[in-house]
Design a protein around this ligand. Structure first.
Ligand SMILES: Nc1ncnc2c1ncn2[C@@H]1O[C@H](COP(=O)(O)OP(=O)(O)OP(=O)(O)O)[C@@H](O)[C@H]1O
Ligand SMILES: [Mg+2]
Length: 314
């Protein structure tokens, strides 16, 4: 009898075949899934194969939601959304086969190189924003916008130095608490980007993604998310009750107007935020002053900066 795919360590799967895909190597893992580089044996092409932790498949509500949301996400054809090729279940494991993005995620980018100039931050945010607004037009709220779900690949020219993809629609671990999967009051995963209305369990719409995107932009500019604290309870409290920190420091590109735009996008009430991600990014762009560049030392494009190893994600 063939052992179930998750019988051993994730590396045990390398070389094995799952649902028509040959697993080649592990790309990384988050809290509830492992992502592999894999080969689609039917269509002869490389894919990223995401295998969800087996306990998720045992939760009926999560499965239904997974099936529904992966269908909706697969139906959105958008240049900044990672195309989903197939989602299903094999040997009791839920999987998603999607386009393999040869690049790095924004989490790794920030960890390795620190904050970005506002032009870079705005360009990345604009691409994520157009993906999110398209999803909202399809009635889909992402709910887990964070640097780890923003993938950055090489762009086509110096005007478009990187191409950004958003991934992981509907796969938020927080949704598990709504499905009764976790015990009451137990939060799983990062809460650094979570909108106040998500924390209090109110219904959410696209404006919760505006808030999370603003947290990401804040971190991209300042090197830390706006409500980073020592413990989770303090983070949750800060999202709901505290003002975001001002943009301070030696950065001439971070004008008070930029701080004002972020403060509006981070408003506690969705009604006080921008009503679309694009509107938020347009305001950001208008508020930003061009940063003086050294003419003799051109900045390498993001993707050309030091090469990263696709080692395990922690
Ligand atoms: N389509 C893809 N192409 C290339 N790499 C990918 C793709 N999708 C995900 N990855 C990478 O796989 C790794 C694991 O992703 P995963 O979504 O499991 O974790 P995460 O988003 O970091 O954390 P979380 O579990 O909190 O969502 C990340 O490093 C991510 O950059
Ligand atoms: Mg992810």
């Amino acid at each position: 009898m063939t052992p179930p795919p998750y019988a051993g360590r994730p590396s045990d799967l390398v070389g094995r075949q799952i649902a028509g895909y040959r697993v080649e190597s592990e790309i990384g893992h988050g809290g509830m899934a492992v992502v592999y580089k894999a080969w689609d044996l039917r269509l002869d092409r490389r894919v990223a194969l995401k295998l969800l932790a087996p306990e998720l498949a045992r939760n009926d509500t999560f499965r239904r939601r997974f099936t529904h949301e992966s269908r909706v996400a697969a139906a959105i054809d958008h240049p900044h959304i990672v195309p989903v090729f197939e989602a299903g279940e094999a040997d009791g494991v839920l999987y998603i086969a999607m386009m393999f993005v040869d690049g790095r995620d924004l989490r790794r980018q920030l960890d390795r190189e620190g904050p970005l100039p506002i032009e870079d931050a705005t360009r990345i945010a604009a691409q994520v924003a157009s993906a999110l607004d398209a999803a909202h037009d399809h009635g889909l709220v992402h709910r887990d916008v964070k640097p780890g779900n923003i993938l950055i690949a090489p762009g086509i020219d110096s005007d478009h130095p990187e191409h950004v993809y958003l991934t992981d629609f509907g796969l938020t671990k927080r949704s598990l608490s709504l499905t009764g999967f976790t015990t009451v009051g137990q939060f799983v995963g990062t809460i650094d980007y979570m909108a106040p209305e998500q924390i209090s369990g109110k219904p959410v719409d696209g404006r919760c993604d505006v808030y999370s995107l603003a947290c990401v932009v804040h971190e991209t500019l300042m090197g830390r998310s706006p409500f980073e604290r020592d413990d989770d309870i303090a983070v949750l409290w800060a999202h709901q009750n505290e003002e975001p920190p001002p943009l301070t420091g030696q950065r001439p590109d971070l004008t008070p107007a930029v701080g004002g735009v972020l403060a509006k996008a981070l408003a506690k009430s969705p009604d006080d935020r921008y009503d679309s991600c694009r509107a938020f990014v347009a305001a950001l762009r208008a508020a930003a002053l061009p940063t003086p560049r050294q003419p003799d030392v051109p900045e390498p494009p993001l993707w050309a900066r030091p090469v990263f190893a696709r080692d395990q994600h922690t």
